[in-house]
Design a protein around this ligand. Structure first.
Ligand code: AMP
Length: 190
């Protein structure tokens, strides 16, 4: 299984990615997690992306693409993977296409998690309380929503045209949504 999971900030991508990856026994690769780990450890990369992330902006494509290419080349990703939070721009879509072409691989499906906008904001504000993420302040949340709408939402149409999009209702509790995703993926990919 080679999958992407997409959705607005707060749609539950990270949580569902873990469940999907466990179900299909593939690694979940989150660019956000990779960046956060680098910020935490204050690596050169971490220092470079820290301010960008805290502002709710996107890390430049060249940096992000290089990280994903490196990660997809690792042995555990040979059997499949789930990319969480990548691609997020049209340029990243092109870069991923090239990476997969080089690896002689193809995507099987792109899950889009659909959640009402008011629920997204409420979830993000709750996560701000629980996880203390630097990019979950009210101002940054607004900025991340804007960037998502401008840069990432258009990718859904691109994957729909490729007949890869699997839209799933992301409202409800975690297990219920996971069941929906797995049922939709099994129906699509078999
Ligand atoms: P996430 O955990 O996926 O919400 O990502 C947190 C932050 O990391 C984002 O708001 C961006 O600043 C950065 N980030 C993660 N993935 C990407 C990506 N594919 N392209 C650019 N920036 C990213």
């Amino acid at each position: 299984m080679r999958l992407l999971i997409m959705g607005a900030p707060g749609a539950g991508k990270g949580t569902q990615a873990k469940g999907i990856a466990a179900h299909y026994e593939i690694p979940a690769i989150s660019t956000g997690d990779i960046f956060r780990a680098n910020v935490k450890n204050q690596t050169a990369l971490g220092k470079e992306v820290q301010r960008i992330m805290a502002a709710g902006d996107y890390v430049p494509d060249e940096i992000t693409n290089a990280i994903v290419e490196d990660r997809l080349g690792q042995p555990d990703a040979e059997i499949g993977f789930l990319l969480d939070g990548y691609p997020r721009t049209v340029v990243q879509v092109g870069a991923l296409d090239e990476m997969l072409h080089k690896l002689d691989q193809e995507l099987d499906a792109v899950v889009s998690l659909d959640v009402d906008p008011e629920v997204l904001i409420a979830r993000l504000l709750k996560r701000a309380e629980l996880e203390n993420r630097a990019d979950d302040t009210e101002e940054t949340i607004r900025r991340r929503m804007e960037v998502y709408t401008a840069e990432t939402e258009p990718l859904l149409a691109m994957y729909r045209e490729r007949d890869l999009l699997v839209p799933v209702d992301g409202m409800g509790d975690v297990d219920e949504v996971l069941e929906r995703i797995v049922a939709a993926l099994d129906a699509k990919v078999g």
